[in-house]
Design a binder for this molecule. Structure first.
Ligand code: GLN
Length: 193
């Protein structure tokens, strides 16, 4: 992977599909790390919060003392990417009563918009910032973005719903690029960090 920047990327390993992110980052020759303690954030260029169960991830982020440390690292310039439950976790607001997100990105998110596990699907989508080839996006009990703040750039829309967005070095996707063989979204995040 010739000209990808050499960045230190961590994947938050509290709950969810963190190993799948590590596998794709390894394929890109990235020095990726599983992050289990808040102090491990300090040296990172970027952090991925994976898909999983947002109620559990939010709870563990608070119980393990990650909330303030993630905010501090982001304020110092660390990149942050939330996939699916990770996107719910970092939103400012949810349309749902729970969990209480940590509120880093100026978006309002609605959980489980496409229904239950059984309603999972794949769809080829265009993503701004990638090349012109569509990306095969996998949606599993996926959330959508209902509203975005003025500093948020919408990167992908599927049937009128926002499914990817960016605010400076904070990035979110409703879907799961780590479950495909296509590493373009991970490369995009690396170059953002
Ligand atoms: N529906 C899950 C939640 O609300 C997210 C699902 C996923 O990450 N694939 O946490």
């Amino acid at each position: 992977m010739g000209n990808l920047p050499d960045k230190k990327i961590g994947v938050l390993a509290l709950q969810g599909d963190f190993y799948e992110h590590i596998a794709i980052l390894k394929k890109l020759d990235n020095k990726s790390l599983l992050i289990k303690k808040p102090e491990e954030l300090e040296s990172l260029d970027g952090l991925i919060i994976p898909g999983g169960e947002s109620t559990t991830i939010c709870k563990l982020i608070r119980n393990y003392g990650f909330e303030e440390k993630i905010k501090l690292s982001v304020s110092k310039g660390m990149g942050l990417w939330g996939t699916c439950a990770g996107m719910i976790t970092i939103a400012k607001k949810l349309k749902d009563d729970y969990p209480k997100p940590i509120g880093i990105m100026d978006i309002t998110v609605e959980r489980n918009f496409y229904g239950r596990q059984i309603d999972s699907f794949e769809e080829k989508v265009s993503i701004k910032g990638l090349d012109d080839n569509k990306f095969n996006a996998i949606f599993i009990r996926a959330p959508i973005i209902r509203e975005v703040g003025k500093n948020v750039e919408v990167l992908s829309i599927l049937n009128n719903e926002i499914i990817a967005a960016r605010q400076d070095k904070i990035f979110v996707t409703s879907f799961h690029p780590e479950l495909t063989e296509d590493s373009r979204v991970h490369e995009y995040f690396l170059s953002m960090c």
